[in-house]
Design a protein around this ligand. Sequence first.
Ligand code: SF4
Ligand code: SF4
Length: 76
Amino acid sequence: MTEVQTLPIPRGKLEINRKWCKGCSLCADACPKGIITVDELGKIQVRDPEICLGCGQCEAICPDFAIRVEKDEKTG
Ligand code: SF4
Ligand code: SF4
């Protein structure tokens, strides 16, 4: 089982480190799309990555660096 889960989003990807996530749900509260939930294991799940804005608010608020947003358009 891999620790880092990669999810495709429009023009980029989300990287979730399930080992580092402590389930505080700060990112879930910050997400403007409301697509992040904390599962019964105390780890986040992103339900609808296809509507993710790539806004980076989840990454910015996470105290444990457990979620990263990578956008294709940033290159160059
Ligand atoms: S803010 Fe970070 S540690 Fe907290 S639930 Fe989200 S990904 Fe996990
Ligand atoms: S990048 Fe923005 S829209 Fe996508 S999961 Fe994070 S907070 Fe939600």
